[in-house]
Design a protein around this ligand. Structure first.
Ligand code: SAM
Ligand code: CA
Length: 250
């Protein structure tokens, strides 16, 4: 309750620990996660996504790839909301891009941005073989100037049904300022890695890797800002490294 007294911003129900009211987090072991992958994800993973996942696993930066269960989630989400015009910030070898492209209708589009074309080209032959390359408009370079161009072009205001953000975490709030104008009312922005390997609840003296510590403050700031943004409804999912879905309402 000390926290309550010092800030006076949270009501009682928010500071009650979830265990006190019987809530449980189910995902308590790696075995349980492996069970999900082996039972529900890998057997239903489209062949091109499996191929791309295996190619990516051999790449030195494979830690960056979207996990298969999250790929399955994105694929389902894009279908559920009938998305047609989409955008992705942060492509790497293209696993989430392929998950999205496979879910879109034939005339669906993804504007995909990454500063690194080389990694995208690792996955590109698989994307081409899957017959979905025509949906992708890849822009090499930093995302922010591209978003600024779109902001200057009225055509793109409220244009996107779905936007997946998985690029430089220190820019997420800068992206949000622009993306909120570009996504349509009723459309969805998904911010990835919003639990940041669990470091969002690490004590100040926890031995975190340098990059985890550096980006953590940006993720914390983003999470607070999204929770306070009246233009969106949000849903924080503990899928992958945490994904926050934001549905634009005004
Ligand atoms: N979504 C990808 C997947 O499914 O494999 C993973 C993306 S990875 C976590 C982050 C990517 O963001 C990297 O490929 C990196 O090159 C890219 N990136 C970093 N800074 C960027 C920027 N300013 N603009 C666009 N992309 C950026
Ligand atoms: Ca990610």
């Amino acid at each position: 309750m000390a926290e309550n007294n010092t800030t006076n911003t949270k009501d009682e129900t928010q500071v009650v620990k979830h265990q006190q009211i019987g809530h449980k987090s189910l995902l308590q072991s790696d075995a349980l996660y492996q069970y999900i992958l082996e039972t529900s994800v890998y057997p239903r993973e489209p062949e091109p996504m499996k191929e791309l996942r295996e190619i990516t696993a051999k790449h030195p930066w494979n830690l960056m790839t979207t996990p298969a269960d999250e790929g399955q989630f994105l694929n389902m989400l894009v279908k559920l909301i009938n998305a047609k015009n989409t955008m992705e910030l942060g492509v790497y070898t293209g696993y989430s891009l392929l998950a999205t492209a496979l879910a879109l209708p034939e005339d669906g589009k993804i504007i995909a941005m990454d500063i690194n074309r080389e990694n995208y080209e690792l996955g590109l032959p698989v994307i081409q073989k899957a017959g979905v390359a025509h949906k992708i408009d890849f822009r090499e370079g930093p995302a922010l100037p591209v978003l600024d161009e779109m902001i200057n072009d009225k055509k793109y205001h409220g244009f996107f049904d779905f936007i997946f953000v998985d690029a430089d975490k220190d820019n997420y709030l800068n992206y949000h300022k622009r993306l909120i104008e570009l996504v349509k009312v009723g459309g969805v922005i998904g911010y990835d890695n919003t639990l940041w390997t669990g470091s969002v609840v690490a004590p100040p003296d926890a031995p975190l890797r340098k990059y985890v510590r550096y980006y953590r403050d940006f993720v914390l700031e983003l999470n607070k800002a999204l929770a306070a943004d009246p233009r969106i409804e949000i849903c924080q999912l503990p899928v992958g490294d945490g994904i926050t879905l934001c549905r634009r309402i005004s």
